[in-house]
Design a protein around this ligand. Structure first.
Ligand code: TYD
Length: 141
């Protein structure tokens, strides 16, 4: 997996209990995820031509999984852009705060699960790319 987004994005691997009856993967708070999990949400019934995301977060950290199917995460730390394909339910993508993300190219029936470090708070969002860039630049100056 491409790790060029300056260490703000990285792969999180989960265990797999392989079994002819069906594979099993688990997530343990305090073990596999680098923050306390305060919220879980998932996207489903996603049209294949849908585009989601289009925002960054002031404080929120997340780990994103494709539990079923696949989709693309387009990641932008304000300087570097990288694309990641999620398609393995054992491998999540950790996304730190202050990362712009867009999601597209959903396969039919794709399910995206997100583990999040905070409860939902609209005030934590940057929904305007120019505002996000300005905030990044203010920390580079
Ligand atoms: P948004 O985060 O913009 O979705 P995505 O990044 O997947 O495109 O959220 C879409 C809507 O859902 C928005 O009105 C906020 C609401 N929402 C909640 O109420 N709680 C949540 O935990 C999330 C993630 C979103």
């Amino acid at each position: 997996m491409n790790k060029s987004a300056k260490g703000f994005v990285r792969e999180v691997s989960l265990p797999q209990i392989h079994d002819p009856r069906g594979d099993l993967t688990f997530v343990e708070g305090g073990n596999h995820i680098p923050f306390e999990i305060r919220r879980v949400y998932y996207l489903y019934n996603v049209p294949v031509d849908s585009e989601r995301g289009g925002h960054a977060h002031r404080e929120l950290e997340q780990v994103v999984f494709a539990l079923s199917g696949s989709f693309r995460m387009r990641i932008d730390d304000g300087t570097t852009k990288s694309d990641y394909w999620l398609r393995d339910p054992r491998k999540g993508l950790y996304i730190s705060k202050m990362i712009w993300r867009e999601m597209d190219a959903f396969s039919q029936g794709a399910v995206c699960m997100v583990l999040a470090s905070h409860r939902y708070d609209e005030a934590d969002y940057f929904r305007n790319y120019d505002d996000f860039r300005a905030e990044v630049e203010s920390h580079q100056a």
